[in-house]
Design a protein around this ligand. Structure first.
Ligand code: SF4
Ligand code: MG
Length: 297
């Protein structure tokens, strides 16, 4: 448990943000907020100097889940809602890699909703970037778990009947050790949060509000920009109750709090597994295969 965490020794290289971009042709609509997320991610990778050979980008299904195509890294485009569990396997098998998950509000909190609490409570060492546009974009405009009730969609033509889910409150409640939020068009803040999330040891959840001009005409870029407000100076990021109170207070006024909302430290699952291997098996080094061997009769 006292050993330095493998990711504390991130393999550093000197690259520019454009070097992290593949030449894959874009399939996002003009004006899509996901371009801001991508720019923010590429910028943060360059600022940290992450070696693409030690970077894995994992996604599920959706417009946002196509992000790994544009990132110079190893990548896994998995099943709908299953990016988190797949990324968990990657991270536990290779704790020395930087793991970034990206996906949408439907993929993460509807189809994959059952996985989200477990990523948080287990404190898997990864960054999860939610590209939250409050709608299903790829399948052309259905109501998503974060759709606002006033929004009329192809599946809710008279508006929504269900309360929208709040990804930030959800993650604070289930024990994420790093929780931040930004408007995707605020690339400076988005990239700063991604960078801090990658440097954080544990499960870093970053909600990036990303407009879908093709299928959501109320949560426009301007609407997100106007509603977002930086958490007040002096906000104590180590205080969970204060983080929840800040989110609730902003919500009552129709505002969206942005910035780093909460951060804490506790052992990650791979650290706990390494400690178990050492304690029970007498091995000095963490190796998933050794853990599997221990479990054999
Ligand atoms: Fe972006 Fe919406 Fe177009 Fe998908 S449908 S690429 S989310 S604008
Ligand atoms: Mg969506």
């Amino acid at each position: 448990m006292n050993a330095p965490h493998p990711q504390m020794h991130l393999h550093k290289v000197e690259l520019k943000s454009k070097d992290y971009k593949t030449d894959a042709t874009s399939f996002w609509c003009a004006g899509c907020g996901h371009y801001g997320v991508l720019t923010g991610l590429l910028r943060s990778l360059a600022e940290i100097g992450v070696d693409p050979n030690y970077l894995v980008s994992v996604s599920g299904i959706g417009c946002s889940s196509r992000l790994p195509y544009f990132v110079n890294s190893y990548k896994m485009h998995t099943l709908h809602g299953r990016a988190g569990p797949v990324a968990t396997g990657v991270q536990l098998a290779r704790p020395d890699l930087s793991v970034v998950v990206s996906g949408g509000d439907g993929d993460g909190f509807s189809i994959g909703g059952g996985h989200m609490p477990h990523l948080a409570r287990k404190n898997i060492n990864m960054v999860y970037i939610l590209m939250d546009n409050h709608v299903y974009g790829l399948t052309k405009g259905q109501c998503s778990p974060t759709s606002r009730q006033v929004m009329k969609t192809t599946t809710t033509p008279y508006g929504g009947l269900e309360e929208p889910l709040d990804p930030i409150m959800y993650m604070l409640t289930y024990g994420a050790t790093f929780v931040g939020q930004a408007f995707a068009g605020n690339v400076k803040l988005a990239s700063q949060l991604i960078k801090e999330g990658m440097e954080h040891k544990g499960f870093a959840f970053i909600n990036l509000l990303s407009q879908c001009p093709s299928f959501n005409d109320i949560d426009t870029a301007q609407a997100f920009k106007d509603a977002c407000e930086q958490v007040p100076d002096g906000h104590d990021t180590s205080d969970l109750v204060a983080a929840m109170a800040t989110v609730n207070a902003a919500k009552k006024e129709g505002r969206i709090p942005t910035g780093l909302l909460y951060k804490t430290e506790r052992p990650t699952l791979d650290e706990r597994m390494a400690e178990l291997v050492t304690r029970v098996g007498g091995h000095k080094d963490y190796d998933l295969r050794k853990i599997i061997d221990l479990a054999r009769p």
